[in-house]
Design a protein around this ligand. Structure first.
Ligand SMILES: C[S@@+](CC[C@H](N)C(=O)[O-])C[C@H]1O[C@@H](n2cnc3c(N)ncnc32)[C@H](O)[C@@H]1O
Length: 328
């Protein structure tokens, strides 16, 4: 968090500094006097062994499926075991995979599959200021960093995932990647600051997707690009599913639009040049249970008799990726 403030001049965010400082101060208190899960994650982070630059001569691997650093040969077996144990204490690892000094973190999601669906279809990330809303443990931010942007700011309010990001950064140490443990609503309106915004897997969790898209547009420079990934309902009609209670066992799912509705939301919030880059059904090859998560996964959320339906009887998850330009 502090790193963002320290780099305010080079990042040209001085104009937003008072609001960012206030935001960070409000979270600093919880992090400096941790309790409950935050205490548990803080201790796991503290127990990660320090690996000096001398013993780790390797570069990080961020332009690859399995993001990470080093090999198992450059550290002792006991150090390796300490790293594995501390990383395991930060589970569930949803996004990934990663490989740190030969330790493979086999995450629930094969996140490279989503990455491969859009990376060749969006504006180059070089020299851009990027916002990643709902950045989780930073898997996509690290992949973006390989494309030499000016900076990447992630927002991740769930402490489990924020601490995973801190653990990974402990070893990757990528200078121009930043993350704040805050919601998108808390972020000050950094008007016209970002060139590219990623909003993937977040909009269906919002009670007012329109307000979110409007605010995203306000943060973007005119001509900047939004990459939006969301659950959709497969239909040519202008319809939207609003689950009665849960969708695929999730309580916090609100609006699942058809592609036409999603495009209308974008148009009516000031976006243009809207393109659908990909549509695909989520399959167990991409989201599955591994030793790095303790919870259920996709197959537990689907009807065992008919996997084209969720356990509640709704159409099973299909996701679309769209790009759009900010016109305002
Ligand atoms: C389904 S995951 C998607 C993660 C990643 N963007 C991806 O596409 O794989 C949604 C993430 O967004 C975060 N999130 C939920 N509500 C948010 C909000 N209001 N602001 C920022 N992040 C949010 C969650 O904590 C979670 O890590």
């Amino acid at each position: 968090m502090e790193k963002l403030l320290q780099h305010h001049q080079s990042l040209k965010i001085t104009h937003f500094l008072p609001e960012l400082t206030a935001l960070i101060s409000s979270h600093r208190e919880l992090l400096s006097h941790p309790k409950g899960n935050v205490l548990k994650y803080t201790m796991a982070l503290q127990d990660l062994p320090v690996i000096s630059h001398d013993s780790s001569r390797s570069y990080h691997n961020i332009d690859t499926k399995r993001v990470g650093k080093g090999t198992g040969y450059e550290i002792s077996d006991s150090t390796k075991e300490k790293i594995r144990t501390s990383l395991m204490r930060l589970a569930p690892w949803r996004k990934g995979p990663f490989e740190m000094f030969g330790i493979e973190i086999d995450s629930e999601w094969q996140s490279w599959m989503k990455w491969n669906r859009f990376i060749d279809k969006i504006a180059p990330l070089q020299n851009r200021r990027i916002l990643d809303i709902g950045s989780s443990n930073g898997y996509y931010m690290f992949r973006m960093a390989a494309h030499n942007p000016v900076m990447i700011l992630g927002l991740e309010p769930q402490y489990a995932f924020y601490f995973q990001y801190l653990a990974l950064q402990r070893y990757l140490n990528i200078e121009n990647v930043f993350c704040l443990p805050v919601t998108f609503d808390e972020l000050p309106v950094m008007s016209r600051y970002f060139d590219t915004v990623f909003c993937m897997g977040v909009l269906y969790h919002r009670k007012s997707p329109i307000d979110m898209l409007k605010k995203i547009n306000d943060l973007m420079r005119p001509g900047g690009e939004l990459i939006l990934e969301n659950l959709i309902i497969e239909s040519d009609e202008h319809i939207c599913l609003f689950p009665e209670e849960r969708y695929a066992k999730m309580r916090n799912v609100f609006f699942i639009p058809s592609l036409n509705v999603l495009k209308s939301w974008l148009k009516r919030t000031g976006f243009g040049n809207i393109k659908c880059l990909d549509i695909c059904r989520t399959e167990p090859e991409e989201q599955r249970k591994t030793p790095w998560i303790q919870t259920e996964s996709l197959t537990d959320f689907l009807d065992p008799e008919d996997p084209s339906k969720t356990i509640e009887g709704y159409p099973s998850p299909v996701r679309a990726i769209l790009s759009a330009k900010s016109f305002c």
